[in-house]
Ligand binder design. Structure first.
Ligand code: PLP
Length: 429
């Protein structure tokens, strides 16, 4: 987000103003932050420093899978902290092994490497691909236009959006972008140097665009034919957000010929430890030992504390049937948005996504009376207005507003969110 979201005449005062002042003086200004200062949370609710309550349908951009301050997650962290916070990867500990087993059981035969963020998880996939192609001199990874893969140097080279690259050239070599959901474009982009194709199952920053089932199956066949790795960035769309553990499992549900579909690598982060920083990548069995001793490492990867959090998150998602909740309550929200779009088609042009990864696309702002006057993007203005109404959502590009609620959002909370969106949509229509 590069826009500053300060509304003129609405300068924060008191405690909020003081805290924002600290940021202005001491924090690198790389984020265009909204003028909201939060103090505490409980489930899908957040309170700012003035005691105002907000319904959080962003969940830290798909991070807080169990909402805020989940008591069992807090207890798991506190108990583990008293036992062992960190142990070097020079040694073994039980929780990393147990968590790797849990992730393998949910994706397929293979192994897992633990990191600390999404960008770093993807970085591991790039290194895996380079190692895979090294002896034949192949190194090039194809990624999709409008993709997002993180903000490290390789991450911005992999990301198919110019805005993240601007000012940081020269780019890390070995990445080229292809149109998403276009199998023929992928086929014709392959060069003798190509070693892998990396896509998101549902593009997040790119405006909530799911991969088509035939695209996934086609890429699998293409990669087998050309000896390429098929890599999937599940950082945002993974961890049950779609209603299944990985979004490709949901997208391919009941699709003929999809039985046994697996990518060769999957990256994870965001929801993995419910807000405690953690990333990981899974690599499919035949390639699981490619990164041998000494080839890849990170100090903090898979600490007992992070693994205890991630294990607790998985346990609660399973016990409380939160995947089904994402699917059903997500469908309820989607239907509500579609009804709203039918009533105000010039405001909401389309509704996209699966489960609890939803987006609504706004029409051209010139055609929306309440948004036409400002030079801010339609999505930034809509998100601002929703904040004023007490609802947190996330812009995705200039036209799309994203909903990434905690997986334990209730039907009543979903209905409340829809009511607030309807109120704001009516006010600008
Ligand atoms: C957020 C995100 C990343 C980057 O994750 P960080 O933890 O911010 O490094 C990578 N890929 C996708 C799809 C994301 O949504």
């Amino acid at each position: 987000m590069s826009n500053t979201n300060t509304s003129p005449g609405q300068q924060a005062s008191g405690k909020a103003g003081e805290i924002i002042g600290l940021f202005q003086r001491y924090v690198v200004p790389s984020y265009g932050r909204f003028e909201l200062v939060f103090e505490r949370g409980e489930g899908a609710w957040l309170w700012d420093v003035n005691g105002r309550r907000y319904l959080d349908l962003g969940a830290g951009i798909a991070v807080c899978a169990l909402g805020h301050a989940h008591p069992e997650l807090a207890d798991a962290l506190a108990q583990q902290a008293r036992k062992l916070i960190h142990i070097s990867n020079l040694y073994y500990h039980e929780l990393q092994g147990r968590l790797a087993q849990q992730l393998v059981e949910r994706i397929g035969p293979g192994k897992v490497f633990f990191a600390n963020s999404g960008a770093e998880a993807n970085e591991g996939l790039y290194k895996l691909a380079r190692k895979f192609g090294h002896e034949e001199g192949r190194f090039e990874i194809l990624t999709a236009i409008n993709s997002f893969h993180g903000r490290t140097l390789a991450g911005i080279a992999a990301t198919g959006q110019d805005k993240v690259k601007k000012g940081f050239s020269p780019m890390v070599t070995g990445f080229r972008h292809i149109p998403f959901n276009d199998l023929e474009a992928a086929r014709s982009a392959i060069s003798p140097a190509t070693v892998a194709i990396l896509i998101e199952g549902i593009q997040g920053e790119g405006g909530i665009t799911p991969a088509k089932p035939e695209y996934l199956l086609g890429l699998r066949r293409l990669c087998d034919e050309k000896k390429l790795l098929l890599l999937m960035d599940g950082v945002q769309c993974g961890h049950y957000r779609s209603g299944r553990f990985q979004s490709f499992q949901r997208i391919l549900e009941g699709v003929p010929g999809a039985e046994g579909f697996l990518p060769d690598g999957v990256s994870m982060a965001k929801s993995l430890a419910g807000g405690f920083p953690m990333g990981a990548f899974w690599v499919r069995q035949p390639y699981a030992d490619l990164l041998g001793p000494g080839t890849h490492a990170t100090t903090f990867g898979g600490t007992p504390l992070a693994c205890a959090a991630a294990l607790k998150v998985l346990e609660i998602i399973e016990r409380d049937n939160l995947a089904d909740n994402a699917r059903q309550t997500g469908a309820f929200i989607k239907e509500g948005l579609q009804n709203l779009a039918a009533r105000h088609p010039h405001v909401i042009q389309s509704v996209r996504g699966l489960g609890f990864m939803l987006g609504f696309e706004l029409g051209p702002k010139e055609k929306i009376p309440g948004l036409a006057a400002s030079d801010k993007t339609a999505s930034a203005q809509m998100v601002d207005l929703l904040h004023k109404a007490g609802l947190l959502t996330i812009p995705s590009g200039s036209q799309v507003v994203r909903l990434l609620p905690p997986l334990n959002l209730t039907k009543e909370q979903a209905a409340e969110g829809l009511r607030l969106i309807e109120k704001v949509v009516q006010s600008v229509a």
